[in-house]
Ligand binder design. Structure first.
Ligand SMILES: [Zn+2]
Length: 259
């Protein structure tokens, strides 16, 4: 069930029976010359919908703008500052908790959100409000993602291209895939600037002139479908695991004493 499509008596019944919510989060940021700015939030929302369909748990409206200042040099990229994002997401979950939710899966598809969602999860647990976990699809199937493509990339590479070819092929510029490869950072490890163990960049454009990483020409809708199904299995299992936990198991541990 999608919260925004439901009427309140049906939601009242849901909150009486269940206490888990699926919260999709992404970004609206450049994804190379070949993919839409919506890439991350489309991916997050598709996984959220799939999990809701498979499990019956509630999916709530997607957070579509995330922490993306490092993509600002590319026209159109939208972002909010990290402290604002953390406060917004925390407030959003506190609102869900008011209705009876005490466990949340952040279905996140943007790397720049991860550390902030972890911080929000900590705040919510420390205050005994809710137990929230951050989940990213590619982290749930690392071997499959590694094996699928020779030149992967952390951003706008073949894995994200394949997922959008599967989910929204109308938004992929297939005729620009070679351009995305040749004008970007085809070998991410060689392109990402570091010096003596320090990251010596802050913005994506410093590592990839067109914003893409890896070789998107290796992507296909078939590979996207395979990755989507495999990660959806992981997300379904995570939701069921979280729903089955006793609240006492999820709470922050007590302070240690010597006695
Ligand atoms: Zn992305």
């Amino acid at each position: 069930m999608h919260l925004a499509d439901a009427a309140w008596p049906d939601l009242e019944a849901y909150f009486e029976a269940e206490s888990l919510a699926i919260v999709p989060l992404g970004s609206t940021e450049q994804h190379g010359p070949h993919l839409p700015l919506a890439t991350d939030h489309l991916i997050a929302e598709a996984f959220g919908d799939e999990a809701a369909e498979r499990t019956g748990y509630l999916r709530v409206p997607t957070v579509r703008v995330g922490v993306s200042p490092h993509h600002r040099q590319f026209p159109g990229t939208a972002w909010v500052d990290a402290p604002v994002f953390r406060d917004y997401v925390e407030s959003y979950v506190r609102n869900l908790a008011y209705h009876g939710i005490d466990r949340v899966v952040f279905v996140n598809a943007h790397g720049g959100n991860v550390q902030h969602l972890r911080e929000v999860g900590r705040r919510l647990r420390d205050d005994d409000v809710a137990y929230a976990v951050e989940w990213m699809w590619n982290e749930s199937i690392p071997d499959l993602v590694d094996d699928a493509f020779e030149q992967n990339g952390p951003h706008a590479g073949p894995k994200e291209t394949a997922l959008i070819q599967h989910l929204r092929p109308d938004l992929v510029h297939d005729e620009r895939l070679a351009e995305a490869r040749d004008g970007g950072a085809v070998d991410p490890e060689a392109s990402i600037r570091t010096r003596n163990g320090a990251a010596t960049f802050y913005d994506t454009v410093e590592n990839s002139p067109n914003g893409a990483f890896g070789d998107p020409t290796a992507a296909s809708a078939e590979k996207g479908a395979e990755l989507f199904d495999a990660a959806s299995d992981q997300l379904e299992a995570l939701c069921e695991w979280l729903a089955d936990r006793e609240w006492a198991e999820l709470r922050a541990p007590e302070r240690v004493t010597s006695e």
